[in-house]
Ligand binder design. Structure first.
Ligand SMILES: NC(=O)c1ccc[n+]([C@@H]2O[C@H](COP(=O)([O-])OP(=O)(O)OC[C@H]3O[C@@H](n4cnc5c(N)ncnc54)[C@H](OP(=O)(O)O)[C@@H]3O)[C@@H](O)[C@H]2O)c1
Length: 255
């Protein structure tokens, strides 16, 4: 019982591992004992994150670039990991993007870009890792949704909300389809988190206060706030939990 959160000996891949949330999750997985494979398109960025994880966790971390929208590129990532470590125990899909337009002017090219990364990218990564997990008879996947995957939002977010709603339904569908293989598939739904892409909000006291006031717990999230839920979802602590989204949102979705 006391070791239920331990990830020693586990091989974990984090796509979007150089992003604000992805980096914190990758580091958290390493600190809790996993060997971490950090991935995104930018080799230099993921090299830095892998070096930081190795230094701070004392566990091995490596960086392998991949583009989640390209099935061959993701297959190469998975094949390289399997060749090196023999298995994939954990996949965290922390990649993602948002392009905002008012709905009446939504550029459909941007709609396609969003769906390509957030939805197709999630499916491609799950599919490639899922085959390895099926063959090894187990694994845990966490997909990044958002509070915008369950609630409607204005502010040009119709496309983003649609992609995150899709991520939640992919998560539940795969949880059902792969339950008999011992693969658990869950999602994390953050509220606003301060990352390089959202730091302009933290830097604007008026805007930051507005966002914080909308959250019942009265503050904006930080990447580190996301780590505990993901460690839970990929460890034995959640061995009977699948198809769920945990909203780490200061009670926002309780409203
Ligand atoms: N920050 C928030 O407030 C917030 C709230 C709720 C949910 N989320 C979700 O949480 C996840 C992480 O958000 P974040 O704020 O940490 O994002 P971020 O800082 O913008 O990082 C996004 C990551 O995704 C990678 N990425 C983008 N396109 C990719 C592609 N085609 N192939 C592979 N990797 C790709 C990026 O790396 P490269 O550019 O190097 O590929 C980067 O590492 C996203 O799914 C986001 O929607 C964020």
């Amino acid at each position: 019982m006391k070791d239920i959160f331990k990830l020693d000996g586990k091989i974990a891949i984090v796509t979007g591992g150089a992003g604000g949330i992805g980096e914190a999750l990758a580091l958290g997985l390493g600190i809790h004992g996993a060997t971490v494979v950090v991935s995104s398109r930018n080799q230099e960025a993921i090299d830095k994150v892998a070096a930081k994880i190795s230094k701070e966790s004392g566990n091995e971390a490596i960086a392998i670039s991949s583009d989640v929208t390209d099935e061959k590129s993701v297959q190469n990532l998975i094949d390289t990991v399997v060749k090196k470590y023999g298995r994939v125990d954990i996949l965290v899909n922390a990649m993602g993007m948002n392009i905002k337009h008012p709905a009446l002017e939504y550029e459909m090219e941007d709609w396609d870009k969003l769906f390509n990364v957030n939805v197709k990218g999630t499916m491609i990564a799950c599919k490639a890792a899922g085959k390895v997990m099926r063959d090894q008879k187990g694994g845990a996947i966490v997909n990044l949704s958002s509070v915008r995957g369950i609630r409607g939002y204005t502010g040009g977010n119709s496309g983003y909300c649609a992609t995150k709603g899709a991520v939640e339904l992919i998560t539940r569908s795969l949880a059902l389809e792969w339950a008999s293989y011992g693969i658990r598939v869950n999602a994390l739904g953050p509220a606003l988190v301060i990352t390089p892409g959202t730091k302009h909000i933290a830097e604007d006291p008026k805007l930051a206060a507005q966002y914080a006031a909308a959250v019942p717990m009265g503050r904006i999230g930080m990447p580190e706030d996301m780590v505990g839920a993901v460690i839970y979802l990929v460890s034995n602590a959640s061995s009977f939990v699948s198809g769920q989204t945990i909203y780490v949102d200061g009670a926002l979705t309780a409203k």
